[in-house]
Design a protein around this ligand. Structure first.
Ligand SMILES: Cc1cc2nc3c(=O)[nH]c(=O)nc-3n(C[C@H](O)[C@H](O)[C@H](O)COP(=O)(O)OP(=O)(O)OC[C@H]3O[C@@H](n4cnc5c(N)ncnc54)[C@H](O)[C@@H]3O)c2cc1C
Length: 349
């Protein structure tokens, strides 16, 4: 495998979605473990740093090189394969495969990969290293909880394999023991269940936050064994304005109904469970809490089933994309975030 001197035609590999721009001396496109060993031997012999790069969708600059060799995982690719194990179903997948490909592969079967980060171009390797989470973090948790095993090449060029916990300890955020992940076993979850999603619009940001507080308090007190609050997200007024401004230019937003004109904030809540009646009952309770916080039933958008909910999930993704896009957008006072256990808003930007 060729370790190529860096040239301008590879300029897009110097940056990621953090918009920081780095610099590099070499770039390599390994296809397998022995190619990776070769790059690591080269970098160590020449005392150079290595920056592994997935799809470059990271928001925190982890894939930005600071000289040395860029190692792209885009050729560490192959068809995913489902393995039935004693502990359940596992999808064996290579590190450079995108989340979009994983979801396409699983779309016709009975299993899903439960974490649902909205950026489908991200690679499995990048999702693992960032311990990514989706809108459904309250239900599904983060990526590390859904990894059965990882195979990686360590800095000395040795191939290692371990359960997720050990791999995290050895491979992620450890200056001494870095390497590159090549293969993953992703734990799969059954697709059973009912899904309902509602966007609640409020006149003020305070009212929306009161609703979030009321739903979180209820979630703590109640018996949530028959259903879960699968996704919970907050949009402030400026963010809703941006969605209205971009909707004609973003095809994923075509299916989204118009927002009420006086909307000053919104909350998206997704409920899921095996029991239809329990989910419906909870929807009514949320509707009461919404009205208590000053909401009006006509100021909601609702849908059910994974296909029906796609427009709301796409709205969340398009929001992150817009807020992280052009500099003038990034300067606007937008707040969009996933709501955590205690009602705290984890901003995504
Ligand atoms: C519009 C938008 C929406 C987003 N939505 C979400 C979201 O909902 N949830 C969320 O958590 N994040 C989200 N992100 C952030 C981003 O998509 C995730 O962090 C993703 O996990 C990065 O994957 P990547 O393949 O692009 O990795 P990169 O950005 O290329 O790399 C990320 C880090 O992983 C390392 N890395 C990558 N592959 C390997 C490997 N094989 N071995 C070792 N190290 C490796 C890199 O060195 C770097 O440190 C979003 C980003 C955008 C732009």
């Amino acid at each position: 495998m060729e370790i190529k001197p860096f040239e301008n035609k590879y300029a897009s590999y110097l940056s990621d979605e953090s918009h920081i721009v780095g610099h590099a001396d070499f770039i390599a496109f390994p296809e397998n473990e022995s190619d990776l060993s070769e790059v690591f031997c080269f970098s160590s012999k020449n005392k150079m740093s290595v920056t592994v790069r997935g799809a470059g969708t990271g928001l925190s600059g982890g894939a930005i090189p600071n000289g040395g060799v860029i190692v792209s995982t885009e050729k560490i690719y192959g068809e995913p394969v489902i393995e039935k194990t004693d502990g359940g179903c596992v999808l064996s997948v290579r590190a450079g495969v995108t989340l979009r490909r994983v979801e396409e592969y699983l779309s016709r079967g009975e299993y899903r990969f439960a974490p649902n980060p909205t950026e489908k171009n991200a690679t499995v390797g990048g999702l693992f290293v960032s311990n990514a989470m989706g809108l459904n973090v309250l239900q599904a948790g983060r990526v590390w909880e859904h990894i059965a095993y990882v195979r990686w090449v360590d800095r000395e060029g040795k191939v290692r394999q371990a359960h997720a916990k050990t791999a995290v300890r050895e491979l992620v955020g450890n200056i001494k023991n870095w390497g590159a992940a090549v293969d993953f076993g992703l734990k799969l979850t059954s697709k059973d269940g009912v899904f309902w999603g509602v966007v609640y619009f409020f006149n003020t940001e305070e009212a929306a936050k009161d609703f979030i507080g009321a739903v979180c308090a209820r979630r703590k007190k109640s018996d949530f064994t028959r259903l879960t609050l699968a996704a919970f997200a907050y949009f402030n007024a400026e963010t809703l304005k941006i969605i209205s401004e971009i909707r004609s230019a973003v095809s994923a937003l075509e299916a989204l109904p118009q927002f009420p004109s006086r909307a000053g904030a919104a909350v998206y809540a997704e409920l899921s469970g095996k029991d239809d009646a329990a989910v419906t009952e909870e929807l009514y309770i949320h509707a009461e809490l919404f009205e208590k916080c000053g909401g009006d039933a006509s100021d909601t958008l609702a849908a059910y089933g994974e296909d029906g909910l796609r427009k709301f999930r796409d709205m969340c993704h398009a929001t992150v994309e817009a807020l992280n896009g052009a500099e003038k957008m990034r300067k606007r006072k937008c707040v969009f975030g996933y709501v955590g256990e205690d009602g705290d808003i984890c901003e995504v930007k």
